[in-house]
Design a protein around this ligand. Structure first.
Ligand code: COA
Ligand code: AMP
Length: 625
């Protein structure tokens, strides 16, 4: 039996023994006695009696072990033309000081801190400072608009919000202050303070009494020590798109998270202390939380924080420049980023002159990896390309080729095999396993391994309803797919209203809520259609209320602007068509799936329950246009 198979089978047969061993790689203030608490099943808790501090494990212990002068974080920012390296000692000191600043502003264990920042070191420092105090951070992606930020403020009730004065996109400076001000107007909950990091590119006006400049907050602070917390205490909340406009607050605990991420670095990513690890993602997404911030630092590796794009900062050779300049060993990004590079530089000419020989492996995740992109990246770089499948909820890969355990051959179109700890099944609507080769819903048998969400923020009921009730005893991933005869998994796409646009997870339901709020709109539908660069793009369809006297083109432009304003530019909704009607079943359900199939050119059988086939026929030319 191969090493992978052995580890996988053991993880399911003896999960407590398996994770007890993995837990030895973490420093505990009180080591785990019990491993799994199943007393409140289906809600499980890992390491129920243990105590630790995540920041200590990410920074202080490496300094104590002699890694103080090793680079912990390299901020590479083509948009500002700067590169700055922090050693483990420097990063620990800056984090301790900012933790002291947060403490002076009233932040203690269990308090929430919302972080709304660009890809700058202070974002990482703020996250780790929260971890140091036992506080709970909630990072909001900079590309989200004011209403999304407000929804998160109202759910998390932060004591403090930490923001940067601006973000820098390839084409423009994004002013954060008006977005934050608008979010605070929209939110019913108000934080006690906002800490604003003033970037030289654009200074924000501070509101006296409430706002404190980062520099002033730090100047007045004493360094704070690490506060041990229960392994089951929350480390962060990360909001993600569900099927409605109300985002889901995915909770990550301290203990299970540290154990799982540290284990994943060795077993899946084959990366160890001293390696240079680069996840070209954003700290606003789960990949950024796990593989820019926590996993590399828990491992004693060097992490690269890249404030730039795959293309346009300045060109499609930017990734290769970063790999060569920082001697990156393991890289992680989204397929869409590689597609963007490939589109601009199909022959990989911009690789010339960059010595990328340090690179051992390229990991891709966030959306389905199409075989063409997989082949292109492998051929150009000459390293194995590892597709891996996971979600905000799990925090680390569910399926991958675990390179640290065994070199399993990869197969185009498949993120390979279930990772140890995850009892992955493909089931039919009755919950029975379907045979290899047949499609079904992908579910994971409970308990989920350490590191996965134990619940949603202050909402066990929604957690159980959303994920655990469709197939009792299993977690519903929301993805559909199949196994092949050799146990390789193929993940084909979401079975719900979640779409993936350029590696960003978005909810069509949330966009529909925005469109429906327009006084001229009687009903609407948003679907994700295939896009060769971004994977999917949203398209909107609206039916007008009787008596609308305006111009449809102007209304479409207004609706596009509303989505951009409320959800944010990342929603990338650029087209809304005014249509005479939407196809529905006789019970009134809009046939979104049928619409999507027609738009994607996939032969879709028209459901026999359709109310009026003529409505669908009228829509066909618009869908395929
Ligand atoms: N702050 C503010 N605005 C942001 C933003 C941020 N952090 N991130 C994106 N935006 C804006 C962009 O400026 C753009 O605005 P525009 O409509 O005014 O041009 C809009 O949101 C859409 O951005 P994006 O989806 O990034 O599209 P793009 O055309 O600018 O770039 C790619 C296309 C493929 C290069 C880019 O999407 C990319 O790098 N994707 C990889 C994503 C990724 O790593 N995901 C993490 C999962 S691992
Ligand atoms: P997020 O929560 O933003 O990480 O998005 C998770 C969703 O992205 C999953 O439920 C999948 O639909 C999709 N996804 C992520 N990685 C992959 C992958 N490797 N293959 C196919 N789909 C993926």
């Amino acid at each position: 039996m191969g090493d992978y198979r052995q580890a996988y089978e053991r993880s399911l047969r003896d999960p407590e023994g398996f994770w007890r061993e993995a837990a030895e790689a973490i420093d505990w203030d009180s080591p785990p006695g019990r491993i799994l608490d199943d007393g409140a099943a289906p809600i499980y808790r890992w390491f129920p009696d243990a105590r630790l501090n995540t920041c200590h494990n990410a920074l202080d212990r490496h300094v104590a072990a002699g890694r103080g002068e090793q680079a912990a974080l390299i901020h590479d920012s083509p948009v500002t033309g700067t590169v700055r390296t922090y050693s483990y000692r420097e990063l620990r000191d800056e984090v301790a000081l900012f933790a002291g600043a947060l403490r002076r502003l009233g932040v203690g264990p269990g308090d929430r801190v919302v972080i709304y920042m660009a890809m700058i070191p202070e974002a990482v420092i703020a996250m780790l400072a929260c971890a140091r105090l036992g506080a709970v951070h909630s990072v909001v992606f900079g590309g989200f608009g004011a209403a999304e930020l407000a929804a998160r403020i109202d759910d998390a009730h932060p004591t403090v919000i930490v923001a940067s004065s601006c973000g820098i996109e390839a084409s423009r400076v994004v002013e954060y202050q008006p977005l934050l001000a608008r979010a605070l107007e929209l939110a019913t909950y108000q934080p006690a303070h906002c800490v604003i990091l003033q970037r030289p590119q654009l200074l924000a006006d501070l509101t006296p009494g409430r706002d404190v400049a980062w520099a002033d907050a730090v100047a007045a602070a004493e360094p704070a020590e690490c506060v041990p917390v229960a392994a089951t205490d929350p480390l962060y909340i990360l909001y993600t798109s569900g099927t409605t406009g109300r985002p889901k607050g995915v909770v990550r605990d301290n203990g299970g998270h540290a154990v799982a991420l540290r284990w994943s670095m060795s077993a899946i990513f084959a990366a160890g202390p001293g390696d240079v690890f680069w996840a070209a993602s954003d700290v606003g997404w789960v990949v950024g939380h796990s593989y820019i911030v926590y996993a590399p630092l828990l491992t004693g590796a060097t992490t690269v924080l890249y404030e730039g794009k795959p293309v346009g900062t300045p060109d499609a050779g930017a990734f290769w420049r970063v790999v060569a300049q920082h001697r990156v060993n393991v890289m992680f990004t989204a397929p869409t980023a590689i597609r963007a590079v490939k589109k601009e530089d199909p022959e990989g000419k911009l690789l010339t002159g960059h010595d990328v020989s340090s690179l051992r492996l390229l990991f891709l995740a966030g959306e389905r990896l199409d075989p063409e992109t997989y082949a292109w990246a492998g051929e150009r770089l000459g390293v194995p390309v590892i597709d891996n499948w996971w979600q905000t909820e799990t925090g680390w890969p569910i399926a991958a080729s675990p390179r640290g355990l065994e070199t399993l051959p990869t197969r185009p179109g498949s993120p390979s095999v279930p990772v140890p700890g995850y009892r992955v099944r493909v089931v039919d609507p009755s919950g029975a396993d379907v045979p290899p080769g047949e499609d079904g819903s992908i579910v994971i048998g409970l308990p989920l391994p350490p590191g996965c969400l134990p619940t949603l923020w202050q909402d066990d009921e929604r957690y159980v309803r959303s994920y655990l009730s469709a197939f009792p005893g299993n977690y519903l991933t929301g993805d559909g797919g199949r196994f092949d005869a050799d146990g390789y998994l193929y993940v084909m796409g979401r079975t719900d209203d979640v779409i993936n646009v350029a590696g960003h997870r978005l909810s069509t339901g949330a966009m529909e809520e925005v469109l429906a709020a327009h006084p001229a709109v009687a009903e609407c539908a948003v679907i994700g259609v295939h896009d060769p660069l971004k994977g999917q793009l949203p398209r909107g369809f609206v039916v007008l209320k009787a008596g609308f006297a305006g111009q449809p083109e102007q209304l479409s432009a207004e609706l596009v602007a509303m989505v951009r304003d409320r959800i944010g530019p990342v929603a990338a909704l650029r087209r809304v068509d005014v249509v005479p009607g939407l196809p529905k079943t006789r019970s009134g359900k809009i046939l979104r799936r049928t619409m999507r199939g027609i738009a994607d050119g996939v032969p879709e059988a028209v459901p026999s329950t359709i109310e009026d086939p003529a409505v669908l026929d009228a829509l066909r030319p618009i869908l395929t246009d």
